[in-house]
Design a protein around this ligand. Structure first.
Ligand code: UFG
Length: 327
């Protein structure tokens, strides 16, 4: 499946970005990674591919796009912590919104016509029903989600006025790791459930489960956990769609199956063969009881199929990486 299409990836040294870069390189793409390394890690990408830049540096980005004859951009670079966005919204609007506008301006300067954007299920806020369709109301409940909505809005106007086509991928719960353990999730501080459960297994320090009085079968929240490599592959399909003349659109990226927090705990116990130490705590502010994607649009229009739709693969791969990182 070799091709030498030239792609610029922002935030390519981060969690989802680095898995996507690896897949792109494996599939023969010519990749330039832009990352300021404020959250990403140098060790996540081949040194020859990395350009240490912030997305606010419009002129430098445009120059890099010209030099590399960039055909499409995949834009991951952003802040992602919901709680932090409630305390410091200005940083989220500056980095996520103004940063994206700078990137889009650079694309105009360098005449790059296609972009795939990391959006989020957080654009739906507290949805009235599940599974969530792309046509559900957009009503984010925190500045993080709002910042992603604002970029989706910018993208609509850049298409209407400048003919820049875009795919917005609204991620559900990105999880898992490279099946061979070469890459994985390393957020600092870590807030995501699966890496926290694995750390608890290793350290013996209990994890707090946020609420067990939700209106769900076991009282804990339901989420749609999607393997990071399946998520990465959705970006590659989106690039091909756009470069092939496909129209702009918004797509959920989830499996369509939800799991409760306690189901994840059980999966971690099965995979690791160890008890997960945990305690029940109060609900976390802003957590919707259930977020499950309707994933039919992505499957039908981009031909996407998850390879690792089962929880066991996700947890097994995350465990492989966590053990390696510890050792
Ligand atoms: N959880 C716990 N204890 C923890 C951490 C998480 O019980 O220590 C629970 C949460 O309450 C939630 C589930 O585990 O029910 C998953 O939580 P994560 O923090 O792993 O993920 P979220 O669903 O909160 O967040 C994800 C993305 C966000 C995005 C959000 C909505 O990480 O970027 O989905 O789309 F905004």
């Amino acid at each position: 499946m070799g091709n030498s299409r030239k792609i610029l990836v922002t935030g390519g040294a981060g969690y989802i970005g680095s898995h996507t870069v690896r897949l792109l390189l494996e599939q023969g793409y010519d990749v330039a990674v832009v990352d300021d390394l404020s959250k990403g890690y140098r060790h996540n990408v081949p040194a020859s591919r990395l350009f240490k830049l912030n997305i606010a540096e419009t002129g430098a980005l445009a120059e890099l796009m010209r030099q590399t004859a960039c055909e499409a951009v995949i834009h991951f670079a952003a802040f992602i912590a919901v709680g932090e966005s409630m305390r410091e919204p200005e940083r989220y609007f500056a980095n996520n919104v103004a940063g994206s506008l700078s990137l889009l301006t650079a694309m105009l300067q360098a005449r790059v016509k296609h972009i795939v954007f990391s959006s989020t299920a957080a654009v739906y806020g507290n949805p009235h029903a599940t599974p969530i369709l792309e046509t559900f109301p957009i009503q984010p409940v925190n500045p993080y989600g709002e910042s992603k909505v604002m970029v989706e809005t910018l993208l609509r106007w850049f298409d209407a006025i400048h003919g820049v086509t875009s795919v917005c991928l609204r991620y559900f719960n990105a999880s898992g790791a490279d099946p061979l353990g070469r890459l994985g999730e390393e957020h600092e501080p870590e807030t995501h459930l699966i890496p926290l459960l694995l750390r608890a297994v290793i350290s013996g320090e209990p994890v707090t489960i946020f609420g067990h009085d939700y209106d769900t079968p076991d009282g804990t929240c339901i989420r749609d956990y999607i393997h990071v490599d399946d998520l990465a592959q959705a970006h590659i399909l989106a690039v091909e769609h756009l470069v092939g003349g496909g129209r702009s659109g918004q797509f959920n990226v989830g499996t369509g199956v939800g799991h409760t927090v306690l189901e994840i705990v059980r999966a971690v116990e099965e995979v690791t063969g160890k008890k997960v130490p945990y305690v029940f705590g109060p609900r976390r502010e802003g957590d919707p009881p259930s977020l499950v994607a309707a994933s039919g649009k992505l499957r039908a229009e981009l031909g996407w199929e998850p390879r690792y739709a089962d929880l066991r693969s996700i947890v097994t791969h995350a465990w492989g990486f966590a053990r390696k990182r510890k050792g």
